[in-house]
Design a protein around this ligand. Structure first.
Ligand SMILES: [Zn+2]
Length: 425
């Protein structure tokens, strides 16, 4: 007998009235009105069922530390980095684990079942690496946590960072990180990209660098990253995160850069909530948005995901693990308001980041892991508009979270509203 069946679902590709059957933690059948009996049934009532949300860019070692040891007054990236430097000596493993576990609970409740988190490896004790490796094991039954060895202070600028990065990889961290724009010079930045890509190629690892996170149109480390990706045959395994300088670059230069990125198989991650608040800080008016060129990269065939990046940490006081909020902001900042563009924003927090992380068994096909979210929305666009409730979150065929639909559906056209406006008169 089938373990669980979802009836009458709409899928992200637009198919309607679809049933999804689940057994042994896998999807066993997908189709209209499946003639199967199941131990448990969920009526999707025509709502959207999607594979889980995936966050391709996060910092779980810093999350939920807002106000420790003080608040970022200017709200800038540089004060955030300075503040993180003040906080690091005060961190304890216990507190790191506790905050990360709390964030993972939030994530699961919002249908976010895979997160790529950077972990700062510049502290010689690798306290945060140990803590997040522990968390990764603890949350494995319900959330895939992929870790990136992130040299916050630069691998050439900090004397021990590259050795620490290699130790972190030996301990079990999955991905090689970098921060070329934070090295002392452009030349050092380019050299750091070469060293890190060669190391990752040797080890057969993926790469995800914080790259060109500035408004400087001449910060062009993404070109170097694409060059080495191509040279080392690492197509499909390398990602440039942020790429905000591309917003300010010369258009002619970008017309050459995008085909190079495509040829190299490099993916991109924009972090709309953070980019729109941290970039353009040196501008008066007009103020640049600072987010990278998302629609242009998509048109050039470059995979682009949207990340949360920060939640209640030295850089950002808000954030809640809600990838629909992230997609909502990305849609606005990139002015992606056409129907296809809005659907692309939904893909940027589901399918595309899953591809960037290299998740196995992701999707709603037969044979995929039975991981999915039933949303209180008719389709992907409505899901973004309403930041829709996650009615059911399912992991390996088991319901891991439920959220009731909001009581008053004031904002759903054509649906009954049960609010009495005469109350109190
Ligand atoms: Zn980041």
């Amino acid at each position: 007998m089938t373990d669980l069946i979802l009836r009458n679902a709409t899928l992200p590709d637009g198919r309607k009235s679809i049933d999804i059957a689940i057994s042994g933690g896998l999807i066993t059948a997908v189709g209209p009105r499946l003639p199967l009996a199941a131990a448990q049934e969920i009526d999707a009532a025509g709502n959207l069922v999607t594979p889980p949300f995936v966050d391709a860019h996060f910092h779980m070692d810093a999350t939920l530390s807002y106000g420790l040891p003080r608040v970022n007054q200017s709200g800038t990236l540089l004060e955030g980095i300075a503040l993180w430097g003040e906080l690091k000596p005060l961190l304890t493993q216990e507190a790191l684990v506790q905050r990360a576990m709390q964030y993972c609970d939030w994530a699961v409740a919002r249908g976010l079942l895979a997160v790529r988190s950077h972990v700062d490896i510049c502290d010689d004790s690798l306290l945060a690496v140990e803590a997040l490796l522990h968390v990764k094991k603890q949350v494995a039954p319900y959330l895939d946590l992929q870790l990136v060895a992130f040299p916050q202070d630069g691998i050439l600028r900090s004397a021990t960072a590259f050795a620490n990065l290699k130790r972190a990889i030996t301990m079990g961290v999955d991905v090689v990180g970098g921060i070329p724009h934070f090295e002392r010079t452009m030349a050092d930045g380019a050299e750091s990209v070469r060293l890190l890509c060669e190391y990752a190629a040797e080890q057969g690892l993926r790469v995800d660098m914080h790259c060109d996170e500035s408004d400087d149109p001449l910060s062009r480390h993404i070109e170097t990253l694409a060059y080495h990706t191509h040279r080392l045959g690492m197509q499909g395994r390398v990602t440039g995160s942020h790429l905000t300088s591309m917003h300010s670059m010369d258009n002619y230069y970008v017309s050459k850069l995008l085909p190079l990125m495509h040829e190299s198989g490099v993916a991109a991650i924009a972090n709309p909530l953070i980019n729109i608040t941290l970039q353009g800080r040196h501008d008066s008016y007009p103020k640049r948005r600072g987010m990278t060129r998302v629609p242009e990269m998509l048109a050039a065939g470059i995979p682009v995901a949207f990340g949360q990046d920060c939640a209640m940490d030295p850089w950002y006081s808000l954030g809640s693990s809600d990838m629909l909020e992230v997609a909502h902001m990305g849609l606005h900042v990139a002015q992606m308001t056409g129907q296809d563009a809005m659907r692309a924003c939904f893909k940027a927090v589901t399918e595309t980041p899953a591809q960037i992380l290299g998740l196995q068994g992701y999707g709603l096909e037969v044979g995929c892991n039975a991981d999915m979210v039933l949303l209180d929305a008719q389709d992907a666009i409505e899901a973004i508009r309403l930041r829709a409730a996650r009615l059911f979150v399912i992991r390996r065929g088991k319901i891991v979270s439920r959220t009731p639909a909001p009581h008053a559906q004031l904002d759903l056209p054509g649906r009954p509203v049960d609010v009495d406006f005469r109350l109190g008169q």
